[in-house]
Design a protein around this ligand. Structure first.
Ligand SMILES: [Zn+2]
Length: 262
């Protein structure tokens, strides 16, 4: 069994040290300040215990978080406070990544409990969603497209249900505040949307039509809307009589799903 890592400091924060850290995180004015609060209060306390101080660190001497450890309940309380505060800035995902590099290690200690604090909803009161008029056309067109799939394939068909479920999931994502409270939606194609979020993340909601393929055994032909069949390489096998059987008819909307691309 490998020896457990030897930590420079491995201890529980005192109640006042933990409270000071959580208060500083909850008072942070931006994402950087959340991380700064962790460094200043959490590592400040741990360094003091080692007779050291934050002032001794800088560009020439960096702090290695993996040399320190705190009990898991305290670790979790600080990490979730950071993520909760990040909701104010739409940077929950970003802060989760940053914390992986910044936080000390944790260890199990069932004797350590964390005092309950009131849960604060840090999100802004409103999500302002700006939708260009062309984007409203895309949203209407996507709904109508799903309706056409229902007519062509049936309302209990896989083709309809997969499309409508993927559209619903992505539209729901549009309204979530995970990436900030100020979102702009514009058109990015007949059935596609471009989303610029308040936190700076830009992503697209894109419809991917299924390729119409020949279903006869051994044939690798792809069939275009006009019925023309082709293969990726000239030597790929295809029906010798050219009587391909398309995986879906030529005169119906292509089945497919929407997915998110950043
Ligand atoms: Zn074929």
């Amino acid at each position: 069994m490998p020896a457990p890592p030897a930590y420079r400091v491995r201890r529980a924060l005192s109640r006042s040290e933990l409270t000071a850290t959580l208060n500083a995180v909850e008072g942070a004015g931006n994402t950087r300040e959340i991380l700064a609060a962790v460094v200043q209060h959490l590592f400040g306390a741990l360094l003091t215990a080692a007779g050291d101080a934050l002032a001794n660190y800088g560009p020439d001497r960096t702090l290695d978080p993996s040399e320190y450890a705190i009990p898991a309940p305290q670790w979790n309380a600080i990490a979730s406070a950071c993520q909760g505060r990040a909701d104010a800035f739409g940077t929950r995902a970003e802060i989760a990544l940053e914390l992986m590099n910044l936080m000390p290690d944790s260890y199990d200690d069932p004797t350590v409990t964390v005092p309950l604090r009131p849960t604060i909803d840090h999100r802004p009161r409103e999500h302002v969603l700006t939708v260009t008029r062309e984007a409203t056309d895309v949203i209407a067109a996507a709904s109508a497209y799903c309706d056409r799939l229902a007519v062509a394939f049936g309302s209990s068909s896989r083709e309809y249900l997969d499309a409508v479920a993927s559209w619903q999931r992505n539209v729901s994502h549009l309204f979530s505040m995970g990436f900030g409270a100020d979102t702009r939606v514009s058109k990015d194609g007949e059935l596609n949307l471009l989303v610029c979020s308040g936190s700076g993340l830009v992503y697209a909601i894109v419809f991917h039509p299924d390729q119409r393929r020949c279903t006869r055994p051994g044939c690798q032909a792809v069939i275009d809307d006009d019925g023309r069949a082709w293969t990726y390489r000239p030597e790929d096998p295809r029906c010798a009589d050219d009587r391909h059987e398309p995986s879906y008819p030529l005169d119906v909307p292509a089945p497919g799903t929407w997915s998110l691309h950043s």
